[in-house]
Design a protein around this ligand. Structure first.
Ligand code: HEC
Length: 113
């Protein structure tokens, strides 16, 4: 009896947790895409393929790497005339969202012959 009531309680909680995690990822992606369109697009493209010779591609990049670089620019540990200013305008949440967006873009590679 005790076992059954316990299971009835825990399973819905578990499912609720999974659903909440899924929704937050979708919300992060939506917010990250919007930020990329508003701020990053001119140089990195909304798809993460750079539109300038001097800007790096961001699509498919490791999420943590993107977060660390943006925080480094913001903190002045990494400096660049444009990126330092841009990162200074981003909140922690913005950084997590854009990192989620660019890292979630799937990239396939083809080696030269
Ligand atoms: C005006 C052009 C411009 C805009 C707008 C811009 N960037 Fe950049 N970004 C650059 C350039 C140029 C670099 C290379 C800087 C360097 O050499 O450190 C760079 C570097 C970066 C890097 C480091 C990549 C690496 O490989 O280490 C990240 C991450 C990044 N940008 C993210 C963003 C995000 C996110 C946005 C929007 C919120 C954004 N950038 C907007 C031009 C831009």
């Amino acid at each position: 009896m005790h076992y059954f009531s316990c299971r009835k309680f825990i399973l819905p909680l578990l499912l609720l947790g999974l659903t909440a995690a899924g929704q937050s990822t979708a919300a992060e992606l939506t917010a990250g895409k919007a930020k990329a369109q508003a701020v990053c697009q001119t140089c990195h493209g909304v798809n993460g393929i750079a539109t300038l010779q001097m800007a790096p591609n961001l699509s498919g990049q490791v999420e943590d790497y993107l977060i660390i670089q943006l925080k480094n620019y913001r903190a002045g540990k990494r400096q660049h005339a444009q990126m330092s200013i841009i990162a200074g305008m981003l909140t922690d949440e913005d950084i997590e969202n854009v990192a989620k967006w660019y890292s979630s873009i799937k990239v396939t590679i083809e080696l030269p012959e």
